[in-house]
Each structure stands twice: as C-alpha cells, then as structure tokens.
Design a protein around this ligand. Sequence first.
Ligand SMILES: Cc1cc2nc3c(=O)[nH]c(=O)nc-3n(C[C@H](O)[C@H](O)[C@H](O)COP(=O)(O)OP(=O)(O)OC[C@H]3O[C@@H](n4cnc5c(N)ncnc54)[C@H](O)[C@@H]3O)c2cc1C
Length: 471
Amino acid sequence: MVENWDVIIVGAGTAGIPAAIFAGQRGAKVLLLDAADKIGGTLHLTTGQMSAAGTALQKKLGINDNPKDHFDDVMRISENTADRDLVKLAVDNAADTFDWLMNNGFTPLKNHPVLGNAHEPYSERRYYWGPYAGISILEAMSPLLDEQIASGQVVISLKTKLKNLILNNKKIIGIDIEAEDGTKATIKGKNVILSTGGYSSNPELFRELSGPKLYWKGAYPYSRGEGLTLAKKIGGVLRGGENYLCGYGAILKSFNYPTEITTRVISHPHIRLPWEIHVNIKGERFFQEDYDSVHIREKKLLEQKNLMSWVIFDEEINKKSPALLKDFSKEDTNSFFSNHPMFYIADDLGDLARKSGVEEEGLKKTISEYNYSIENNKPDPFGRIHRPLKIEKPPFYAICTHGVSITSTVGLTVNSQLNVIDAKKEPINNLFAAGEILGSGQTMGKCSAGGMMLTPALTFGKLLGQKLLSW
Ligand SMILES: Cc1cc2nc3c(=O)[nH]c(=O)nc-3n(C[C@H](O)[C@H](O)[C@H](O)COP(=O)(O)OP(=O)(O)OC[C@H]3O[C@@H](n4cnc5c(N)ncnc54)[C@H](O)[C@@H]3O)c2cc1C
C-alpha cells in the first residue's frame, strides 16, 4: 500500500475522473475515493450539455469561434456576475477538454453545436451534448480511467467517505476516511483534490447557503456538501450566495418538499407563444410572457414569494391553444385537473383563487385589466403582443409552478491554480478543488450560462491532473 499518495482525489465524478486520468498519465500515484458504490457522480443524472469555443468540430463545420467570444458571452449573459478568472480559465481550456472527449469516442448529437434553447442562447454555435446525456461523457472517460487503474497508477476506493481534512502548519497532509462498514483510516497525501460536488441533496445546507427551500429532489444523492463543509472547517471561504437563481415553471409532484417534478410549463415563446397569463401569489402579472428571454423571466421570478407562479387560463384558451406542458398532450394536461395537487379548476374566478391560494382580489383585477386591454386594443402594461384571447369563459384553470434549482450556487474560494484559499486570501497548501464544490455562482454567475458547470468541472479536473499539481 502506498504510504504517501501523490494525489488523493475525493469524489469520482465529473471533475474527479479527469483529474485522476491525467495525474495517473503523468506518473502520479493516485487514490480516487467515492462515497457511492460506483464512479460517475452527477454524470448519471446531468443533461450533459457542454460549451466550448474553438473546437475541432467547430472548425470542421466552418464555425469561426474563439474563447474570447465565449468569455464575453458568459459575462454578458451573467451581467458580469460570474468570476472572471474562473470563467477565463474554463473557456480558454474548454476546447481542449471537448476535443479530448471527442478523440476518445464522445459523439455529440447530429446537428450540434447549437446556440442553446432552455437557457439564454449563445451568440455562436458552441453548445453540445451527446445522445445519452452525462453517460455519453462517462463512457468516453471510463476506458481511460480503467487504463490507469490497470497500470496501477490509480487506485479506486468506493463506498468510502471523506470525514476530515488533516491540516498541519497551513498545509493539508492527509485525510480521514470511513468505509461503509464503519472502518476508519487516516491516509497521507501530498495533494488533496476536493471534487465532492454540490449540496443540492442536503435540504438544510441548501436553505442555509442558497436561500430558498430545496423544492426539487433531483440532485445526485451524495451531493450533500460534505467536502465543502469540511473545507470550511479548516479555513476555506464560501462565496457566491448572492448569485442564486432558479429555473422557471416547474410543476412539482407535491407540496412535500423536496419532491420530484411532474413536468414543466413551456414558457419559451420561440417554442410556444403564451395564450395564458402568469401571476404571483397576489394575483399580479410580473413579466412579459411573450418576451423571449429565459434570463429575464428567471430573474423576475426571484422577486416573487416562495418562487411560485400560477398559469391562468379559461375554457376557450384550453380548447384552442397548443399543448402547454412539456412532454404531455392536451388530454394528459386536462386529466391532471382531477388528480394533481398543482392543478385547479373552478367555475368562477373567486373559487379558482381560493382553491389555488392566489389572492382573489388581485387575480380578478389582473384579469379584468388584461381583458379590457385586449377588448379596447390598448397596449399591454408589460409590452406583451401575443394576446390571442381574453380570459372570460368558465371553467377557469390555474396551474401552480415553482422556481427550482438543482445545482449549488455557493462554493469554495480558490485562486487561479484552483488552490483553496483562506479568509486572508492565502492558499491552504496542497488543498485543491474542482467542480460544483466551487459553486455555480462563480462559473455561471447569476444566470444559467449553457454548459458552464459541466465544462468547468471537466476542465478544472483535467487541468489539475495535467499541470496544476506537483508532487
Ligand atoms: C439533472 C441535472 C442536469 C444538469 N445539467 C447540466 C448541463 O446540461 N450542463 C451543465 O453545465 N451542468 C449541468 N448540471 C450540473 C453539472 O452536471 C454538475 O455541476 C457537475 O456534473 C458536477 O460535477 P462534480 O464533479 O462537481 O460533482 P459530481 O459529478 O456529483 O461528483 C462528486 C462525487 O463526489 C462524491 N462524494 C460526495 N461527497 C463525498 C464524500 N464525503 N466522500 C467521498 N465522496 C463523496 C459523490 O458520490 C460523487 O460521485 C446538471 C445537474 C443536474 C443534477
């Protein structure tokens, strides 16, 4: 058994796997631990959308792109809230990461790259994902990791949890671990990489760090923020809470949070123009429903109580409009009104308000103003153009939606070498971090910039293994 590992990597997920592969290829003796019984972490769940500029695939397709434009796009979309140094480090090295995956069998979908669609689009086609989402990425990396394991450079220990970081004279010298059967051990290492992911499977920590309740139970079960908490205990500094943002329009299965998502309301006007109105708990509209900016919608939602909004319509709209819910037909949608806690139907607006929890007076006033402006051909106060029908024919319908997020905004502060730093901005020697443990608030800022969690996770893990560590 190795007495003093060159590199101990805690977390065999998106960031940890490339770190292990590249450190192993460079001749390091690597111990790769994971609390789960398999490698992969969030790659088992993620949509797998990456962004990279200047890739070989773009060149082949004649797309003239470069990291500077990628950087400018992320800073534009995030309204300069992302961490410039980390974004630059990620985008400058993203093409290498993407090309490396492609050289090892990763194949994106046929029409890729694209501009984006669920998030605010990029100004150039630099957004890619594979047919099996995160698994397409894992499948490209696994054989490379297997090679390192076979050659003895990397040793994997699954069902093994990090329990403590051992600090000696401002330097990490090892870690305490605990196996699933309760066996404890202390391991020495010259470098420790924390790639334990986020905290979005830990409702208490989510509430403490991100702010709102954890509504959605959809993150990797081991994303409990343990690495983050342990690093904080020895002087690591957390940051980014002000950048919390959530996705729009999730229909949760129940009010027993955290819970699963049944589906989402299609709120992207380029996919489906709105026939309904969206209101907050006061019954007031709060954004222009037909304005095609995901980012603006998401930011407006942040100002609404409990991140909740209700989609309101009447029988005529129900009959004439295209299907409103992602992956569900109109028939399916209508069946939810008899058996789903987020769907309400009533013969008058007062009853609809009482059933759905929206303020009655506000709802009635909003609908009357909306109808009046259509009837009299007056401009909409929010600037909405697409107003095909008034809301006037019973029965009336309401669907309750929540703003949800499954990623972790807050993360550890690192320097440009990905070395964890303390409150005095001094490095905690030998302690490095990569992946969601750095917080989405850094690599995306207060926005959802396409691929800007996965790409940095893979890229930072790769860079640590490839060149940032020494032993
Ligand atoms: C449903 C979903 C969709 C997403 N879609 C996208 C997308 O399309 N594009 C994008 O950019 N981002 C996306 N993200 C975010 C992105 O996938 C993640 O931020 C990224 O994969 C996290 O990588 P990671 O290496 O930090 O963590 P992970 O891949 O989760 O790896 C962390 C590993 O650490 C292990 N671990 C945790 N605690 C301990 C401990 N105490 N001891 C030992 N091991 C531990 C875990 O078991 C896990 O294997 C999505 C996330 C989700 C959940």
